[in-house]
Design a protein around this ligand. Structure first.
Ligand SMILES: Nc1ncnc2c1ncn2[C@@H]1O[C@H](COP(=O)(O)OP(=O)(O)OP(=O)(O)O)[C@@H](O)[C@H]1O
Ligand SMILES: [Mg+2]
Length: 252
């Protein structure tokens, strides 16, 4: 369980997050949605300690993120950042293998290599394993970064806009893979999505943020509601149910 209690955060004089309290139970997919600048990435970077907690507390399975040693935390939680920059003179399998670093400090065991192989398969990268990152398309690189985070083998996976650059086929594949690893492997996935309909189709729960505050939280069927979506995104959109899933017609 990720327990966030009374977390506030500022950059200089600017308040970025205001008194956030949120509990994310173990298992399943929680989608974090909200307009640009809402504070989604800031919240994920505090959970994963990419940024230092200033106020409030965050624990993951009871481990306080501000005092748990890095190596221990890295075995529990992995993050794909929104703005990942990777060295381009690196082959795809080497990048994915970096995910194993917390387990062996760089020397890959046979088991590590097997996990790298599985991750490459899982994200359809086997044919690209020996390619240099700089030669990949944007979407292929994005998949390699997701595979690296997955390869870390943690119970908690935080993904900040992993669908960036993915075509419809791979966006669907990635969401289906995430659904499968949540359902079959009991992983807990927190994912920032801009496509509200992907959140509606694949998440168990949607948490909406705006202006550094949590403003709505519920199952997709509750959250995909014209009034709620207006309060989050600032315009009205009809919502229809297709194949049992709520679909927001945001282009109307
Ligand atoms: N280093 C920084 N210095 C000052 N302000 C910052 C800094 N980093 C982020 N912010 C501000 O914090 C607010 C929240 O940013 P954050 O990146 O968390 O938003 P977000 O919800 O992830 O948005 P997006 O959908 O655009 O990725 C924004 O107003 C942003 O300008
Ligand atoms: Mg962001």
């Amino acid at each position: 369980m990720i327990r966030i209690e009374n977390v506030s955060f500022r950059h200089g004089p600017t308040n970025i997050l205001h008194d956030i309290s949120l509990t994310i139970p173990k298992g399943g997919i929680t989608a974090l949605v909200g307009p640009n600048g809402a504070g989604k990435s800031s919240l994920l970077s505090l959970i994963s300690r990419l940024q230092t907690l200033q106020e409030g507390s965050i624990t993951i399975d009871g481990l306080p993120v501000d005092t748990t040693p890095n190596r221990q935390l890295a075995k529990v939680i992995a993050i794909l950042r929104q703005d990942s920059i990777v060295a381009s003179r690196l082959r795809v399998h080497e990048l994915v293998g970096f995910g194993r670093f917390p387990h062996g400090r760089g020397r890959l065991t046979e088991e590590d290599r097997a996990i790298v192989g599985q991750s490459l398969q899982q994200f359809d990268l086997a044919d690209l394993a020996d390619r240099f990152i700089e030669t990949l398309s944007g979407g292929q690189r994005q998949r390699a970064l997701v595979a690296m985070a997955f390869c870390q083998g943690t119970d908690y996976l935080l993904l900040d806009e992993p669908l960036n650059n993915l075509d419809m086929y791979y966006a669907r594949e990635l969401m289906r893979s995430l659904r499968a690893i949540a359902d079959e492997k009991g992983k807990t996935i927190v994912i920032v999505l801009h496509d509200i309909n992907q959140a509606g189709a694949y998440a168990d729960r949607i948490v909406a943020m705006k202006d550094g505050r949590l403003i709505a939280d519920g199952a997709p069927a509750e959250l995909l509601n014209t009034d709620i979506l207006e309060s989050v995104f600032g315009f009205r959109m009809p919502v229809e149910v297709v194949d049992g899933k709520p679909v927001a017609l945001h282009f109307r």
